[in-house]
Design a binder for this molecule. Structure first.
Ligand code: NAD
Length: 352
């Protein structure tokens, strides 16, 4: 199996590349533009192996994508390349429209041309996994959860761009017969996550005894999934998923943002005591514009049909994650000092 992974130098993509090479015995071609969110250090464990190649390219470059398919002849694609941070999409949406929508379109077209030229037995094996988010479904009230047939109601430029790309991917199945599988996953956490989203940002601020911003009153609920469990789920979809189907992947674990932040405080107080309890660093700040109240995934379809479920509880995964950031200061120090210092993004001019 030779898998073309896009965005393989990102948080989830690097976990997918590592698992494909080290656990599944697959060959991987990682197509990544290497934006601010990429880290080649996340791929150190497979770098230099004959079964792994990095191709630095932009998925928005149609000719380059045609060349990648022609040169590497993949048996499958796992498409993760994206602009992925909601706050950045509020500050500037252009890159989200380009990469998430136009880039996905380019990749689908390149895949279609390549697929149409394959002999029939290789066409039967070919799969294109389009990796998306539960944010496409919009916000839930206090009860219920997202199923695969929940209507799309995206709120942010990020989730709207992902929703558009999901529609394109499924249209390429219905119209052209490209064997697409769409996965919609809940919030991921774990090692190697660029420190701009809630969990890594809070861990680093708490390690450095800096203020811990919590949006609004902290009551927004997310359903957390460990990145290694997500990567295993995507590989399961690649092997056993049905073309044309959507699968929701989730951790069966809803937690409010405030609950997550206080758990991180308490864990760090235990692992690395400071002079005062870290909960005193929590600072409630103006809410994100359009902030969805609650996301929870019903992952029963992928469990029932493919037998996938997360291997870790949130509490186990969070301990592992906090310990990893404590032990991996060289990995995050450069991102923190040279790329993004953790200052607030995504506020409207009227909120400053
Ligand atoms: P990330 O921001 O950590 O990584 C994105 C990667 O894509 C980076 O390596 C970046 O260099 C690359 N990239 C960006 N633009 C590119 C372009 N034009 N061409 C080629 N490469 C490009 O993102 P992530 O958190 O790993 O998310 C990966 C995918 O999973 C995304 O599609 C995202 O929407 C989806 N997703 C993420 C989460 C989450 O909680 N992080 C949850 C559900 C779904």
């Amino acid at each position: 199996m030779r898998v073309l992974v896009t965005g393989g130098a990102g948080f989830i993509g690097s976990a997918v590349c590592r698992q494909l090479v080290l656990k599944a015995g697959a060959a991987v071609v990682n197509v990544d533009k290497l934006t601010y969110a990429a880290s080649l250090d996340s791929l150190a464990s497979i770098d230099g192996m004959s079964s792994y190649r990095l191709v630095q390219q932009d998925i928005c470059d149609q000719e380059a994508m045609n060349d990648v398919f022609a040169r590497w002849e993949p048996s499958a694609v796992i498409h993760l390349a994206a602009e992925s941070h909601v706050d950045r999409s509020i500050t500037g949406s252009a890159a989200f429209i380009n990469t998430n929508i136009v880039g996905t379109y380019n990749l689908l077209e390149a895949a279609r041309k390549y697929y149409d030229g394959l002999p029939s037995e290789r066409r039967e094996q070919f799969r294109f996994i389009h990796v998306s988010t539960d944010e496409v479904y919009g916000s839930l009230g206090p009860l219920g959860c997202f199923c695969e047939d929940t209507p799309y109601r995206p709120s942010s430029p990020y989730s709207a761009s992902k929703a558009a790309s999901d529609h394109l991917a499924l249209a390429w199945f219905k119209t052209y017969g490209l064997p697409i599988i769409v996965s919609n996953c809940s919030n991921n956490y774990g090692p190697f996550q660029f420190p701009e989203k809630l969990i890594p940002l809070t861990i680093l601020n708490a390690i450095e005894l800096k203020p811990l911003p919590v949006y609004g009153d902290g009551s927004n609920v997310r359903d957390w999934l460990h990145v290694e469990d997500h990567a295993a789920g995507l590989i399961k979809l690649l092997v056993d998923g049905q073309p044309g189907e959507k699968y929701n992947l989730g951790g069966n674990c809803e937690r409010s943002n405030l609950n997550v932040v206080t758990q991180i405080c308490d864990l760090l107080d235990r692992l690395c005591p400071g002079s005062a309890a870290r909960r005193s660093l929590i600072k409630f700040v103006p809410d994100r514009p359009g902030h969805d109240a609650r996301y929870v995934i019903d992952a029963s379809k992928v469990y029932r049909e493919l037998g996938w479920q997360p291997a870790r509880t949130f509490e186990q995964g969070l301990v592992e994650t906090v310990e990893w950031y404590l032990a991996s200061r060289t990995w995050w120090r450069c991102a923190r000092t040279e790329v993004y210092d953790g200052s607030r993004l995504g506020l409207l001019a009227t909120q400053h």
